[in-house]
Design a protein around this ligand. Structure first.
Ligand code: EPZ
Length: 432
């Protein structure tokens, strides 16, 4: 397994191009299953999660054409997904266990074919992450749902029926799945307490460009008038706000200055507020954000994760790490997932001062120095937090199991090298 070797102490300065959003790309890929016409996705990030989802769709009968393209001076991919006929309706355990977002095929396949067999995703490092809201909502829309041998068997005679749904949790995944299913349902579907993440808006906009009739985009009440058929489209994936936020912290933690090209400040308002309260200078432009912490003294701030537009749970680990370099104490409270402090034990090994209380909150106290060490990546965002710690630690840090990082951060070491980081990837073969 590849590793990252980082030597800390470099101030990061320069430009980083932000890629297309992983958490938009994954449902957008599955939305292409709703039509028998080609769907072209541009500004797609080159990530292992995208490759995994592509492999799953190939299994279902989709043909995929990939082309290189340059968008805003950034090399990325453009994919054409064509599924004139579905030849498979099973999302096998092997795919789903590696990437739970495979469950985004549930809504589209049920809406288009009336049948799907989906392996239950099972638990994950950051929490149980059940899919009860996805399943109960589809049942209310007329689907018959059975759980057998670890698989969801979902069936509907004819079309799903539009219905008035009220989510008890503003679930991103359930909102995406039900939104896709509702586009081809009979009648009107209302989703109350829908998630409002920008990635959902991106999905809704693409579905509307395919002929869907979705209103209330960006609000917590989505209304969908079902249609008989959707047609193909071309859609540019929105920029990844979590990648942008992660590199914003890289600038702040090294007291550097980075221009985040293509970043959309409108999708990062809460994290930007925290950075400014800490003492970081943040300039917002139409298609970029400048994060400048040169010669800044930072003050710790309390953070509580929440549903969008609150503070994103996907930036909690990164900001917790930043608090280690700030004066004073910070309370970090995680309200979305039950086990999302796995970066803490590894940071403690680097000399951090953090006290986790139960599962939900951690008190972080600024320290003078972190010390390089071999550390273990666990989940995607916790892994980035370890990279951030390595960037400022004295000496060398080796981050193991970086396949977690490759799931969600495109060209990570190249982007950091371009702004002066002393970081290199050690390929497994080089080790032997
Ligand atoms: C999406 O996960 C993201 N993944 C996550 O990003 C992100 O952390 C999360 O939304 C919250 O923003 C993708 O978009 C691929 P949820 P998802 O359904 O959809 C509970 C990353 O690092 N819940 O909003 O799984 C659930 O257990 C990943 O990129 C139910 O109880 O998140 C959690 O506690 C990590 N029943 C809470 O809701 C359900 O049916 C929020 O989950 C569904 C969810």
């Amino acid at each position: 397994m590849d590793k990252l070797k980082i030597r800390g102490g470099k101030r990061l300065e320069g430009k980083i191009f932000i890629s297309g959003a992983k958490n938009a790309a994954l449902p957008l890929i599955c939305a292409s299953l709703l039509t028998d016409e080609p769907v072209i996705l541009t500004n797609m990030p080159m990530l292992s999660d995208v490759s995994s989802m592509n492999k799953l769709l190939l299994q279902l009968g989709t043909t995929i054409e990939a082309r290189d393209e340059i968008i805003n001076n950034n090399a990325c991919k453009n994919y054409t997904y064509s599924t004139p006929k579905l030849t498979g309706l099973i999302a096998p355990y092997d795919y789903v266990r590696k990437m739970r977002a495979s469950y985004y095929v549930l809504g589209p396949l049920l809406a288009r074919e009336g049948h799907v067999e989906l392996s239950l995703p099972g638990g994950c490092a950051i929490g149980a992450r059940p899919m009860d809201i996805h399943l109960s909502s589809l049942e209310q829309m007329g689907a018959k749902i059975e759980i057998k041998n670890g698989y969801v068997h979902a069936d509907v005679n004819g079309r799903l029926k539009g219905t008035h749904l009220v989510f008890n949790i503003a679930s991103v995944g359930a909102t995406c799945n039900i939104l896709m299913a509702a586009t081809l349902a009979e009648g009107e579907t209302i989703i109350e307490n829908a998630a409002r993440e920008p990635e959902i808006g991106d999905l809704a906009n693409m579905l509307n460009s395919m002929g869907a009739k979705i209103s209330g985009i960006g609000t917590s009440v989505l209304k969908v008038q079902g249609v008989e058929k959707l047609h193909g489209t071309t859609h540019k994936v929105i920029t990844d706000r979590i990648e942008a936020g992660s590199y914003a912290v890289a600038a702040a933690i090294t007291r550097g200055r980075i221009e985040l090209i293509n970043a959309q400040a409108s999708t990062l308002q809460t994290p930007i507020k925290i950075l400014r309260k800490m003492g970081v200078h943040v300039e917002e432009y139409e298609n970029s954000i400048v994060v400048d912490a040169v010669d800044c003294t930072l003050t710790g701030q309390d953070i509580m994760t929440d549903y969008y537009p609150g503070f994103p749970t996907d930036l909690q680990a990164q900001f917790l790490t930043l608090m280690l370099t700030a004066n004073g104490a910070s309370m970090v409270t995680e309200t979305i997932f039950e086990n999302r402090f796995m970066h803490v034990p590894e940071l403690l090994r680097m000399g951090a001062n953090i006290n986790v209380h139960g599962h939900a909150s951690a008190i972080v106290r600024g320290v003078d120095k972190l010390y390089g060490a071999p550390v273990m990546a666990t989940d995607l965002r916790a892994s980035f937090a370890l990279v951030l710690a390595g960037l400022i630690a004295e000496g060398e840090t080796i981050v193991n199991r970086i396949y977690h990082l490759d799931r969600g951060y495109e060209k990570l070491e190249q982007k950091l090298q371009a702004v002066g980081a002393d970081i290199e990837r050690i390929k497994e073969t080089e080790e032997e």
